[in-house]
Write a protein that binds this ligand. Structure first.
Ligand code: ZN
Length: 315
């Protein structure tokens, strides 16, 4: 079990979404496609140079979507890892670009810089010495020395931590590693071997706070990694036999194969295979440059392209 595969959120403006995650956060747009279940909407994937599992943040930009509200059963914060000495760089970058951010805070002994995108999506950077030793994408808008290395953790808002924690441990191979205030940290991997990228889920126990409401700025779901179809099937079986949770049948998402279920606090969880990855339908060197469609939507490419909003704003 290696932890988080990707996080998918809802945005309200595709061009603004691209400008924020590619041009301000410096992530690579690794896939430009549509929502397979709603082809009039883009599905934009951002990540490291190849879109490695654990680095991927994706968006469904619904033009004009109203704002969501974070609450129980939602991911309330997605945290990206940056090198330890990079918080000052990022603070100045946020000021220069008018990004809303808060005072840095300490959690589990680490420095975090909370900030938001234009839809109010709650994000944070965490400064980690171990992140500085990881490869960074050199082609982005942020110098590689300060670049985001990937998703370090998500914070899931729960009424109580026990039932969700049991699913994380019993079906997703994670384990509780620490508690601090309202936060319960679960990590992937044995002992101290938790991966830096995608390796942690923090449960934030918020009691009888209202349930979340989906909208722009909301995380739609979080996906966890399965290293093979067999591993994914075993996780699905553990959900069924251990918790009475029936996951969906496997769906082919072109870049991974997925099953979905709702965890006990109400959040949508996905289990996604590592394979085949984003170079499945275009060269690794030019990821994200062309609109890619699954084979069954290719006959409608012209109509789909015309219906999609303008993605690149004129300079
Ligand atoms: Zn997903």
């Amino acid at each position: 079990m290696k932890g988080i595969h990707h996080v998918t959120a809802i945005a309200s403006d595709a061009a603004r979404n691209l400008a924020f995650y590619r041009d301000i956060l410096g992530l690579r747009l690794v896939k430009k496609t549509v929502n397979f279940d709603d082809p009039g909407t883009y599905h934009l994937y951002f990540g490291d140079s190849s879109g490695s599992p654990g680095t991927i943040m994706t968006f469904f930009p619904h033009e004009g979507a109203g704002p969501g509200r974070v609450g129980v059963g939602q991911v309330g914060e997605t945290v990206f890892a940056v090198p330890e000495a990079s918080i000052g760089y990022w603070t100045e970058r946020f000021i220069a670009h008018g990004v809303v951010f808060e005072t840095p805070e300490r959690r589990f002994g680490e420095t975090m810089l909370p900030f938001r995108d234009a839809d109010g999506t709650r994000l944070a950077l965490v400064a980690l010495a171990s992140a500085g030793r990881l490869d960074a994408w050199h082609g982005g808008s942020v110098p590689a020395g300060h670049a985001i290395r990937g998703i370090r953790s998500v914070t899931l808002w729960v009424a109580a931590g026990d039932r969700t924690g049991a699913v994380l441990a019993g079906a997703l191979g994670m384990r509780e590693s620490a508690r601090e205030g309202a936060y319960i940290r679960h990590v992937a991997g044995a002992d101290d071997a938790a991966p830096v990228i995608g390796g942690a889920v923090d449960l934030r126990v918020v009691g009888d706070f209202l349930p979340g409401r989906m909208g722009a700025g909301s995380v739609h779901h979080v996906a966890f990694r399965a290293e093979s179809d067999a591993a994914q099937a075993a996780m699905g079986e553990a959900l069924r036999s251990g918790f009475g949770i029936q996951a969906t049948e496997q769906k082919d998402r072109n870049y991974f194969r997925s099953i979905y279920f709702r965890e006990p606090s109400g959040a949508i969880f996905e289990i996604a295979t590592d394979a085949p990855g984003f170079a499945a339908d275009e060269p690794a060197e030019t990821l994200g440059e062309e609109l890619k469609l699954p084979a069954w939507l290719e006959p409608k490419r012209d109509a789909i392209s015309r219906a999609l909003p303008t993605l690149e704003r004129a300079a």
